[in-house]
Write a protein that binds this ligand. Structure first.
Ligand code: NAD
Length: 712
């Protein structure tokens, strides 16, 4: 677990080496081993200096979240962190010099352990990152991070690391004062050893700066007017950004505020108390479940049918070099694939390639890539009009206009060139995959790969399985998503698939509110307050009312008598009739003046007069989130979704569903299925059948079933 070696210089090396894991983590066994090792090196008079390092590529990746969730007992959790805190405190105050040699990633609990050293030297490893990312999972650093970091680098400098979970490169961590030195990779242990020899020779007992009498926090003490201002501003910023939905950053600020006016031992207890409180919040549980466990499952391709050999990709064809095709070409070339990028005219293909050039130019100016790598990436993209160049591609993805006949032609021309076992994928956002596959001579090899815009930033790919798509095609398509470094969810073919369908319930509910006479400013504020990235009306303007209206018309045509309108559709139709289709037209629910900020269109007041009694923000927030959750449950019932995990990951990554709720099904899980059913029934009476709970939920409530194990 932690290898021990005492050398002839009286330096004890503690090397982390957890068996059977690619990374070291803090869990029950490793914490026991660490506490034992600390007792040993502190108590052994033959040990004059202590060197801690890792035999793996990284130092310690952080706390083991599985372990964290094994108890809901505040006393157990408190004792767990305090035991670690006591051991670490013992190490840093034992008088013997302690050096940390850090080969790679040093995050979360890993950095907290490293901060206990009197000296920290890191390898110059481009992959290494240093930081306390706990907040991104709804947690706070519970191993002294909120106390040692501000004491080391100053309160103000530590806040972005603590509140935003910023991760620094070795060079930046050195600049920030977190590291003492960065050396060539492989020589960090020798550098730590050399420092220890000097420290031992000096004869002086090793001390942390904060244990030296008269210690002053760099940059100003908490009591100083400047720091009071910093905390007040940070508090306001956290509130403005999170609308009070996230307890973790609030608790982190409290830890810093309360902890920095006391001695470290008291401060560690304060932190431990906030840590326990935070771990037990539903927000932390939701974020850990979806953003850590479910995301890992998706990235490990949990949905991949077994028994299909892994497909290695060397060449991809992309047809349509517009917004989506250009983005797909870039991510594929970045992943090392050769890309044939086809459009109707050579200039259109070149324009698509220029998108990659623009992204690379930005990276070059920021020093994020090298000229050689940049050129190699560009050289992998071949823009052309010639389908013959698709020869040798293991997969072709079409991203031409949203037109069935056009897509059919493109499918047939591609299949005439590519190998019989190659995959043909459509990036359609609205056309059912099984219908598009009718144009294919090999429908078993036909699949939907729904990328999101902008492709280089949005990590989600919604993989759509058509009626005839084979398991082998699904497995191999998932291999591509992984090769591109993206996260897949797998859904079955249905109108709007999953993401577009449930996303639309949010914007349509906003429009329904408008039709009822709710103030438009209140509607969009409620969206933000709910934790969505953009209010529903502003978002409708972004995607354009025209698109929503067009999809609605098509749905009505396709479904005939089975078609059911939502109240928001009438608003979309009215806005389209007025030509106010959204941002791209410079007018929608908002006006978009050239030189000023957008503002709500004044004519809305005449079109939708305000009701005399306005609902509360909480009532609107409830509708805006429940409408998405209940439709997601319907997707489960209808078999559009295959797993709750895919539902939740897809919602957060795909359309920004509030992470603190963990996704729509995690939200139902936190509320409890029976309580959610009651909520839906109440809303259905007040606002209509779109809120009625589906049979699946009624059945689950009756049988006391849950979407996730009860303990999680
Ligand atoms: P776009 O209009 O930006 O690009 C389409 C490109 O296809 C154009 O460059 C056009 O010249 C080319 N094209 C048209 N017919 C062609 C043909 N026969 N052969 C070769 N090239 C042809 O469109 P887009 O926004 O990139 O969307 C493309 C597809 O992706 C659509 O099916 C759309 O529904 C889907 N999609 C779009 C988004 C989005 O946010 N825009 C998101 C997901 C999926």
């Amino acid at each position: 677990m932690i290898d021990f070696n005492l050398d002839s210089d009286a330096i004890a090396t503690l090397a982390w080496n957890m068996p059977g894991r690619s990374q070291n983590v803090l869990n029950e066994e490793s914490c026991n081993a660490l506490c034992d090792a600390i007792e040993r090196v502190v108590g052994d008079t033959d040990v004059k200096g202590i060197l801690m390092t890792s035999e793996k590529a990284d130092f310690i990746a952080g706390g083991d979240l599985e372990w964290l969730l094994t108890s809901d007992d505040p006393a157990v959790l408190f004792e767990r962190v305090m035991r670690l805190n006591r051991a670490l405190r013992k190490l840093e105050t034992c008088g013997k010099p302690v050096a940390m040699a850090l080969p790679g990633m040093t995050l979360g609990g890993g950095l907290e352990v490293a901060l206990v050293g009197h000296y920290r030297v890191a390898a110059n490893n481009p992959k290494a990152r240093f930081g306390l990312p706990e907040v991104t999972l709804g947690l706070l650093p519970g191993g002294g991070g909120t106390q040692r970091l501000p004491r080391l680098i100053g309160i103000q400098k530590s806040l972005p690391l603590l509140l935003e979970g910023k991760r620094l490169s070795a060079a930046d961590a050195l600049k920030a004062g977190i590291l003492h030195a960065v050396v060539d990779a492989g020589s960090e242990v020798a550098a730590a050893h050399a420092w220890l020899l000097t420290a031992i020779a000096s004869g002086a007992p090793a001390q942390q700066p904060w244990d030296v009498k008269g210690f002053k926090v760099p940059g100003g003490a908490m009591a100083s007017p400047a720091m009071q201002q910093v905390i007040m501003a940070s508090n306001a910023m956290v509130r403005a950004k999170t609308y009070g939905n996230y307890p973790a950053p609030q608790h982190i600020l409290s830890c810093v505020y309360e902890g920095m006016i006391t001695d470290l031992d008291t401060a560690l207890q304060t932190e431990a108390r906030y840590f326990v409180q935070t771990v037990l919040t539903p927000e932390a549980k939701n974020m850990i479940r979806t953003l850590f466990f479910s995301m890992n499952e998706a990235n490990k391709l949990a949905a991949r049918p077994s028994g299909v050999p892994t497909q290695r990709y060397t060449k991809i064809g992309v047809i349509g070099a517009g917004m989506m095709g250009a983005g797909i070409a870039y991510v594929a070339a970045k992943a090392g694939l050769q890309v044939t990028l086809i459009d109707m005219a050579q200039e259109a293909g070149e324009k698509g390639k220029a998108y990659s050039q623009a992204l690379i130019d930005k990276q070059l100016t920021r020093g994020q890539t090298t000229p050689d790598k940049a050129q190699a990436l560009l050289d992998r993209i071949t823009p052309t009009t010639d389908y013959a160049l698709l020869d040798g591609a293991e997969i072709v993805i079409e991203a031409v206009f949203e037109d069935r006949a056009l897509k059919a032609g493109v499918t047939q021309r591609s299949e005439a060139v590519i190998a019989a076992d190659a995959i043909f994928a459509s990036n359609t956002s609205t056309l059912p995959i099984s219908g598009l596959a009718e144009a294919s001579a090999r429908p078993a090899n036909f699949i939907g790969l729904h990328f999101f815009s902008p492709v280089d930033k949005m990590k989600l790919v919604e993989v759509i399985v058509g009626k005839q798509t084979s398991d082998a095609t699904l497995a191999r398509a998932l291999d591509l998503v992984k090769a591109l470094g993206m996260t897949p969810i797998v859904v079955n073919d249905a109108r709007g698939f999953y993401t577009s369908r449930v996303f639309s319930t949010y914007v349509l509910e906003g429009m329904a509110m408008l039709a009822e006479g709710v103030s438009p400013a209140l509607i969009d504020n409620a969206g933000l307050q709910a934790g969505m990235p953009v209010g529903p009306l502003a978002l409708t303007d972004e995607v354009s009312c025209e698109l929503i209206h067009k999809i609605d018309r098509q749905t009505k045509l396709d479904l005939g008598d089975a078609y059911v309108a939502r109240p928001g559709h009438a608003v979309a139709a009215q806005m389209v009739a007025l030509g106010r289709i959204g941002k791209k037209a410079g007018m929608g629910f908002y006006d978009y003046p050239q030189d000023a900020k957008k503002h709500l269109w004044s004519g809305l007041k005449q079109l939708y007069p305000l009701a005399a009694v306005q609902p509360t923000v909480q009532q609107l927030v409830e509708r805006l989130t429940v409408v998405q959750a209940v439709d997601t449950a319907r997707c489960m019932e209808e078999g559009v979704l295959r797993t709750a995990r895919d539902a939740d990951v897809g919602a957060i990554l795909g359309w920004g569903f509030p992470p603190f709720l963990g996704g729509p099904l995690s939200m139902i899980h936190s509320i409890g299925v029976a309580a959610f059913v009651a909520q839906c029934e109440r809303l259905a009476v007040q606002h209509g059948a779109r809120f009625a709970p589906p049979a699946l939920l009624l059945d689950m409530a009756a049988k006391e079933q849950t979407f996730y194990p009860k303990a999680h």
